[in-house]
Design a protein around this ligand. Sequence first.
Ligand code: NAP
Length: 314
Amino acid sequence: MDKIYDVIILGAGPAGLSAGLYAGRSRLSTLIIEKGQDGGQIAITDEIENYPGQRVEGESGASLVARMAEQAVKFGCDRVSDTVNEVSLDGDIKVVKTTKEEYKAKSIIIATGAYARPIGCKNEAEYIGRGVSYCATCDANFFEDFEVYVVGGGDSAVEEALYLSKFARKVTIIHRRDELRAAKSIQEKAFANPKVDFMWDSVVEEIGGEDILSEMKVKNVKTGEITTIKADEEDGMFGLFGFIGTIPNSELFKGKVDMDERGYIKADENMHTNVEDVYVAGDVRIKSLRQVVTAAADGAIASVQIERKTTGYL
Ligand code: NAP
């Protein structure tokens, strides 16, 4: 494609869509490229209750993000659904190669987000979709009246355990320490829920079962004791959901922008990476709080920086 955009935004989660809204309102010619579903991780979040001023209390991530996308398009952003395979970030004109096209822009905002970290137990990959899942919203209904185990102790693990308790007969949170990391208000709901139980100081070592997940070995990290958990005979299976943090979607940018050893991209407080006219926003960057509100703020800051540079204020 010959057109040179003012800015190409990679990713249509809260960071990318907010960047699109601000860029569009600044009359920057803007393209948002997203390979999958809008929303990134919040698209699969059942309930958002802490986005300031959200119109619907406890609305789903998908619903909130749909309004964000609508708003970005209303202010003139172009949208493309395609996978980015290569980026060239040197020089004044940045080039983004997707499966179908090649796009050019004066600035890039990387807003590619992060994805779920695997639990790390033996045989995990074999049971994905056969008992193992990383998305309660996607898979909870498969476990209607079954037993379910959730690994993790952060906001995601505890919130998703609460969601799963609406479907499963019993939900057991397996956490490697003896206290949760999740926000106190979320913890209180879990402790008060009679369907939610806890296995403290524990990690899942190995999973198994014929075709479908039906047994696992859980190790107590303090005593070394191994407990073998087997599916109830009538059930023949149980669910295992992993929510132990995220891995950044930054593979494409390795060696091209500065990042830490885990792959999170470095930025200053105005979202500038170490490469001229390349910005980063949202969960893919190094930051202390990964939330919808901070992702949206990052996107806004990045686009306003581009606007100011374009109009000569920077
Ligand atoms: P997180 O806050 O990083 O928590 C990860 C949890 O997994 C921790 O409890 C950690 O244990 C455990 N863990 C990490 N590696 C493990 C391993 N190898 N084996 C077993 N357990 C392991 O991740 P998150 O819950 O996905 O949340 C990510 C970010 O999104 C956070 O900033 C969170 O606040 C935010 N978030 C916010 C909301 C909300 O506000 N509604 C909802 C979801 C997520 P330790 O505690 O022992 O380290």
